[in-house]
Write a protein that binds this ligand. Structure first.
Ligand SMILES: [Zn+2]
Ligand SMILES: [Zn+2]
Length: 433
């Protein structure tokens, strides 16, 4: 009760008071009018970014537009953080905590399908291949939403009790081989400077009903690792397998044995796991048993506490299955992202702020999902909450909608307003006196 009373008092300055809790918006009039006035620009920014997508660590144009906008709001702006990242600092007129808001900026090597008037025709080079480029994960909307939130919050600068850091991150989708991803690299380059945020927030477009946000407490998105396996046998004639060691038969047994890691070796409830082999290459001719087979895959898991055990079981299953056939296997696991876990207490506070702004019926709970998100690294450094906003047009179910990374991934633009309101609400919850 005490906690709630405190929130109600703290919120009275920038939120509509308790008496108006049932009003349509949940925001005080000046904030509401800032939101209304930024909406058309938010959509225009989004369409511009959508038409001009840029691959990971190539977000030069996007970063330039973001930096110019933050400067126009009289923020302290740093560019070139993690190559193409942009950081803006908004210092409020009153003392208070430091918080951070994060958006990712990169697009994907996907050729856009569909008939949007602002669809992407951009092309580029990825892995030495000529590719179409598309914002197929909705990061164009993330950038536009955070730019709009910056406008709304900068307009209330004098009333803000604290400091807000706006983090525009490059390369979320996966760095080129051998390079660090955007979140890790921003942290390595001291993204927050001499400020220490007490909370960081991020959001993502997701195929759910527009007008809603989904907030999950605890493990929310999976850890993701790359798995590389080389199985080495002994080359021989296809008609004389006993004269060699067959790495193809060994590999087929390894693939099957790996499926016992999630289903028979790990606790299915406490530690949900996926092991997928996505690529297998070996041999050149139908009647030669080759020397080696190369496999690549991905490991997904939700429970950070069981990661070491999981790795151990995967390695052992591969090497000992290979050994049983007389082959040897070399296993390399490369960390891609750790699990995104929303701390329950911080999530409860965040949800309460979102409910005040959007209404209970628009703030959904949900289940964790197995895609990964490098926002998790910010959560390692700062308590953080990550949530989804639904982007499906009315009448389109999650099953019917094109998933993220699909060439027909589609954002129903009015959904961005809900995301903006949620972002502004969770920020104001921390920096209102
Ligand atoms: Zn993505
Ligand atoms: Zn994404």
């Amino acid at each position: 009760m005490k906690h709630w009373a405190k929130i109600a008092v703290a919120a009275s300055l920038l939120f509509a008071g308790a008496a108006h809790a049932q009003t349509q918006t949940g925001f005080a009039a000046p904030v509401e009018s800032s939101i209304q006035s930024v909406l058309p620009r938010m959509i225009a920014w989004r369409r511009d970014f959508h038409e001009h997508p840029e691959l990971s660590y190539e977000e030069v144009r996007t970063a330039r537009i973001v930096a110019a906008h933050l400067r126009s709001l009289r923020m302290e702006v740093r560019t070139g953080v993690a190559q193409t990242g942009v950081v803006g600092v908004l210092r409020g007129g009153r003392p208070g905590p430091v918080i951070a808001l994060r958006a990712d900026m990169d697009a994907l090597p996907v050729t856009e399908e569909g008939e949007l008037p602002f669809r992407s025709r951009a092309r580029g080079t990825y892995n030495d291949q000529d590719v179409g480029i598309m914002h197929a994960c909705g990061h164009d909307t993330h950038v536009a939403i955070l730019m709009a939130a910056a406008s709304v919050l900068a307009a209330r600068r004098e009333e803000i009790a604290g400091t807000i850091i706006f983090v525009f991150q490059p390369s979320e989708e996966g760095a080129p081989p051998g390079q660090m991803g955007g979140a890790r690299r921003m942290l390595a380059e001291n993204v927050f400077g001499d400020l220490q945020p007490e909370a960081i927030y991020g959001l993502h477009a997701w195929p759910a009903a527009s007008g809603t946000v989904t907030m999950v407490s605890g493990p929310f998105m999976a850890g993701s690792d790359r798995l590389d396996i080389t199985v080495t046998g002994s080359q021989t004639h296809g008609a004389q397998p006993h004269a060699g060691i067959d790495p193809i038969v060994a590999s087929s047994q390894i693939i099957n044995a790996l499926q016992t890691v999630p289903s028979r070796q790990m606790d299915a409830v406490r530690s949900p796991v996926i092991v997928t082999i996505g690529s297998i290459h070996g041999g050149v001719r139908y009647n030669i048993i080759p020397q080696t087979v190369e496999m690549q895959g991905t490991i997904r898991y939700l429970n950070p506490e069981t990661r070491d055990e999981l790795y151990e079981r995967i390695r052992r299953t591969i090497t000992e299955t290979a050994a049983a056939t007389g082959a040897t296997a070399e296993v390399t696991i490369t960390e891609n992202a750790i699990p995104t876990v929303n701390p329950p207490a911080l999530m409860a506070r965040t949800r309460a702020a979102a409910v005040r702004a959007l209404g209970e019926e628009r703030v959904l709970t949900g289940l964790p999902v197995m895609p990964a998100e490098d926002f998790a690294y910010f959560q390692q450094a700062v308590p953080g909450v990550f949530f989804f906003y639904g982007v499906n047009p009315p009448g389109v179910t999650p099953e019917e909608a094109a998933p993220n990374h699909n060439p027909r991934f589609f954002v129903h633009e009015p959904a961005m307003e809900t995301a903006l309101r949620a972002m502004v609400a969770v920020a104001l919850d921390r920096v209102s006196e």
